[in-house]
Write a protein that binds this ligand. Sequence first.
Ligand code: MG
Length: 465
Amino acid sequence: MLVTPKLIILLLSVLTALDVHEERPYKLLLDDPPNFIVIFADDMGYGDLGVYGHPTIRTPHLDRMAAEGVRFTQFYTGSSVCTPSRAALLTGRLPVRNGMTHDQYRVLFPPSKGGLPGSEITIPEALKDIGYVTSAIGKWHLGHVPGHYPTDHGFDQFFGIPYSNDMTPSASDWEIVQTYPPLPLVRDTEIIETDPDQRLLTRRYTEESVTFIRDHRDRPFFLYLPHTMPHVPLFASDEFEGTSPRGLYGDVIEEIDWSVGQILDVLREIGLDQKTLVIFTSDNGPWLTEGLEGGTAGLLRDGKGTTWEGGMRVPAIAWWPGTIPAGLTSQSLATTMDLMPTIVQLAGAEIPQDRILDGLDLMPVFLDPAASVREEVYFYRGTNLWAVRKGPWKLHYMTQSAYVGDEPIVHDPPILFHLERDPEERFNVATEEEEVISEIQAVVDQHLANLNRAPSQLDVPEWND
Ligand code: MG
C-alpha cells in the first residue's frame, strides 16, 4: 500500500478524533490542516513598531495585523542573542538543553564547525512527518557545515544567508572579520552568490516567500522567514532608503513592515487567510551599542545580549482571521519556545515525548487574552541561569548591561522587581519580599534539578590556538 502524506493525515485525524485531544478548547483542523508562517525579525526591539508605541516608525501593515489578531505585551525570546534564540524557537527548548549556547562564543561564527544537533526535533521536522512542505527563507545561524544546514533540519528548501550579515570582510575593519569568507547567499545547500547586495535582501526574501505561498496553496505548508534585518549593518532598498523620519533604521523596519503586508495580502488574495496562522516576532532586543543604527526597547531596560527585559521581551503578533479573534491585546506570559508545541499540535503532528519541552500550547491564549498558560520564564545567558520570572516577579542572580565596558554583577542576595508595577526594572524590592524570593527559589531549584544540559556545540577551536 502506498502511504501518502494525505493518507497519514487522514489516519492521524481519525486517531486524534478518537482520543487524546478531545478536551482541547478549539477545533482540530486535521481534515484541512492550517498553514503556518513565522516571521522573525533580527534585533528588532520592543519599542520599534508603531503598534508598540514608536512615535516615528510607520508600520501600517503590522498595526493592521495586530488589529486583526492578538498582540502580546509580555512575550519573550529564548535568548538575548541570535543563535540560541533561533534554536529555542525551532525546537521549543531552552538553548541550554539543545547545546546551542556557550559562555564565551555566544553565537556561531564563520569558522564554527558546530550546529544544532541532529537529535533535536524542529518544527519543520515534526510537520514534514505528516505531509507539510517546509521552507526557510532568510538568515539561518544554526550551523553552516554539512549535517547542520536547514535542509538537514526538516526544511525542504532554503534561500538566504547562513549567519549574520556583519560576518563578512566588507562589513567591518576588525582583523578577525577580515579572515572570514565573503557572505554567502545560499539556495538549499549551494552558494549561488557571494556578498549579495544587502539592500535587496528584504525584497528578495519577500518575493521568494510570496512565490512559495502561491506554489503551495493546495497543500499544507510551514514557512519560516527569519529576516536578515534590522541586524547591523543596515540596508534598505531604493524604494525605502531615505524615507523614514527615524533614519535608516526606520527605513529598514518600514521595509520589513511592507514585506509583512505583501505576505498577508497574498494570503487574502488566494483565499488562505482563514487557514494560515501567521506569527511575527523578533529574535532578541535592540543592539544598543550601535547608536542610531540600533533599535529601541521602548520603556524596557537595556537590550540585546542582556537578561534585562529589553534583551528578551519582544513584540509578538499572532494573526489567523476567523480563528484568532480580532483586536486582542494579551498580557499573558509567552515565549518563542511556545510556538513549537502550538504549531505541532494544531497540525495534528506528534509532540516529542522523549525529551523535556520548555514550550507550552498557546492556543488558549490566542483565543482568550485573559487566559494564561505560563507562570515562569527563564533567562539564561550562555549556560547559566541569570534571572527568572514567576508571575509578576523577576529575580536576578546576575546582570550585565549591553553597554561597552560594563562588567557582570553577581547579586547576592538576588535583586527583585515587580514587572507589572515596574516594567522598567528600576525598583529593587528584595528586602520587602523575602517570602516571594523563597517561593521563586524553590521553583528554580526544581528547574535546575531537571535541566539535562547538553554539551555546547558553539566552540570555535581556531580562536583558541
Ligand atoms: Mg539577533
